[in-house]
Design a protein around this ligand. Sequence first.
Ligand code: SF4
Length: 330
Amino acid sequence: MSKDSDKIVFSGMRPTGSPHLGHLAGALRNWLKLQEEYTCYFCIVTWHAFSSEYQNSKSIQQFTFEYAVDWLSIGLDPNKCVMLVQSDIKEHAELFLLLSMTIPLPWLQRVPTFKEMQKTIKGKDLNTFGFLGYPVLQTADIILYKASLVPVGEDQAYHLELAREITRRFNRFYGEIFPEPQMLLTEVPKLAGTDGRKMSNSLGNIIYLKDSAEVIRKKITPMVTDVRRKKRTDPGVPEDCPVFTLHKAFVPREKRDELAKGCLTAGIGCLDCKNVLIEALIELLSPFWDKRREYIKHPDTVRDILQEGNKKAREVAAKTMEEVRRAIGI
Ligand code: SF4
């Protein structure tokens, strides 16, 4: 893998549900570009999934497979990036353990998402040691490969800042082993789900990448729109419309501007507007669906690709851990 830049990128996704439009708009599109420029490690973070799904852990394996299938189908190329499964590389756990011994507890207790997620994810007891330590495991994931760049949205900036602090502390104690990871700020559009709230696995309001044209149509057609448009003749405000969050991510700008004008002047109906979005999604996802069908037919190919990625990752991780053990002295 020879790239113009010698910078290393690390990013991951939690296999807690099937990949959806939010993953595509917020990460995967960006990853497709990054794999061309940098040495990239894209990780299916199974242990992070386990930290919230420990009472329903059997689903993680199935979703891990689905993530691999969808990543490949969308265009991640195992010749251009390393695709790995976190729990197949035990060094993630070892580094997590060692880091966790060095981190002052208040650093973790003040993480805003810890309390937020406990509140928003209903029906799960997330008041656990593992969940509190989530940012430490995240740091281990990144620095194990000496990644210097981490693509994150603004809402994740705090976590990365904490990862940098954890890395600095480790380096101060044991020598400059790890580069401090830098944030590669990525625009992560806030997509509304089919019920108008934020698109999220835990809310069950998702449009999945694997959804067929028919399912997409069924999900988008009844979506709530700007409340001002009670009648066809009422003008609306696209910025206040949940459907338009999807237009912003998936409909080309020129067409989108035209629709926005039509909305503001009541020149178009909501159904016309939704149909443009539906067609844009079908056009965008059709090649993905074709490839996905092929990968689903050949699960061994997918598993072999993951094995190969794991092998490459393990070599790097083993080297890093040798260095870490030597520096710590145990
Ligand atoms: S016309 Fe489009 S942007 Fe305007 S309210 Fe209807 S669906 Fe939303």
